[in-house]
Design a protein around this ligand. Structure first.
Ligand code: GAF
Length: 395
């Protein structure tokens, strides 16, 4: 059954009637361009086929109720919340994510209340953006229950990028995770069969056609099943480090540091900040180089850029983990054309660009490498660029 059908069925179980509608949003993989988003740089994500769906019905009493169908089939319900009384810090755990979206949307005139029931298959804690998928789906459900669909183009209809900024604010200021704009924008703006090339500073984006299968290739996702958490990890430290470096260099963001002048620029910085700056500046260039190769129909040639990105994150940005390094190194030894961790890091997932004929053997090699080390088996799957968030019509 699809996430939308699961959410609709669970809604009937909880509320004894059909929902008014179902809205869903995907997780994402970032091909390349990591931690560049909060440095005003470039990213290149695609939407996963995995989605979180929210079945919803409007209320008129300003109350938000949320129930979630877990992967174990059990329903978890949060305390009903009065939207007018929401304040950052008042709610923690998973319930903070939908509540945070309601808190932001209150400021945009959406506070009538709704009953929400969530279901889906985006692996959580896997660096595949399950929390943003949830937040984006909740945002669309709260809009939808107020009679607004993103496609309407009416006066009150926000753009997809505006909704992404609402979701970012809920994550930063309500949940307390200092994340950038990559994940929400990916979930809302990605389209099937494309990578989203986004310039975070200008907000300009391009849908870059991406058909790995036509090139005899696949993108293999390797979820190490090592949990990551942005609010508790070194994510905030890295962010503060790059902002401090930009301040010391007198630029608005590290996006403004020229690659050609990187050597001299680094000498003006304290030693501890130099590797952070080197990663951001070289990673931005790798995104541009990747897009150029894709424009030239040279998908098979992006492997070295993926490899260099991983080395930069491992050695300079220091956000990899032993499990990610083993997945990446093993995939490459087993024939991958390139491989890198994806997402925030400190655990989560890596990706590998592999020939179609090598998908099974690369996956098996990574699984065997984990078994040798007595690690929990990784979860591997092939991912293709899938549609972004929207209203579900069939469920
Ligand atoms: C996480 C964050 F949420 C994103 O904003 C981005 O910084 C990413 O890590 C790293 O590229 O997913």
């Amino acid at each position: 059954m699809s996430p939308a059908a699961d959410a609709a069925r669970a809604f009937r179980t909880v509320h004894d009637r059909a929902p008014a509608g179902v809205w869903s949003a995907p997780g994402r993989v970032n091909m390349i361009g990591e931690h560049t988003d909060y440095n005003d740089g470039f990213v290149l994500p695609f939407a996963l086929p995995h989605r979180l769906a929210v079945a919803a019905t409007p209320r008129e009493d300003g109350v938000l109720t949320v129930a979630t169908l877990g992967s174990d089939g059990k329903l978890q319900r949060s305390e009903p919340t009065v939207i007018a009384e929401l304040e950052p810090g008042a709610i923690d755990g998973w319930a903070a994510y939908p509540a945070g979206v309601a808190w932001v949307m209150r400021d945009h005139g959406f506070a009538a209340g709704a009953d929400l029931v969530v279901a889906g298959d985006v692996p959580s804690g896997a660096g595949l953006s399950s929390s943003h998928a949830l937040e984006c789906a909740v945002a669309l459900a709260l809009l939808g229950t107020a009679g607004i669909e993103l496609e309407d183009g009416g006066e009150r209809t926000p753009t997809r990028q505006a909704v992404a900024r609402w979701v970012q604010r809920s994550e930063n200021d309500f949940v307390g995770a200092p994340t950038g704009l990559l994940d929400q924008t990916a979930s809302l703006c990605c389209t099937e069969a494309h990578l989203l090339f986004l310039d975070v500073r200008s907000g300009e984006s391009e849908q870059v056609p991406f058909d790995a299968a036509a090139a005899g290739l696949r993108v293999l996702v390797m979820d190490t099943r090592v949990k990551h958490s942005h609010s508790e990890s070194g994510y905030g430290d890295r962010r503060r480090g790059t902002e401090k470096a930009a301040g010391l260099l007198g630029v608005k963001a590290l996006r403004d540091v020229e690659l050609d002048a990187l050597g001299e620029t680094l000498e003006r910085l304290p030693e501890d900040l130099r590797p952070l700056v080197r990663h951001i500046v070289t990673e931005n260039q790798r995104v541009l180089d990747t897009v150029e190769l894709l424009h030239a129909d040279r998908l098979a040639d992006i492997g070295p850029l993926l490899d260099a990105s991983h080395v930069s994150m491992r050695d300079d940005y220091r956000i990899s983990a032993p499990e990610l390094d083993v997945a990446v190194d093993t995939a490459k030894a087993a024939g991958a054309l390139g491989s890198r961790m994806t997402g925030g890091g400190f655990g989560g997932s890596a990706i590998a660009l592999v020939r179609e004929s090598d998908v099974d053997s690369v996956g098996a090699a990574v699984t065997a490498a984990f078994a040798e080390r007595d690690w929990r088996p990784p979860r591997t799957f092939v991912a293709t660029p899938s549609p972004g968030a929207g209203r579900d019509t069939a469920y």
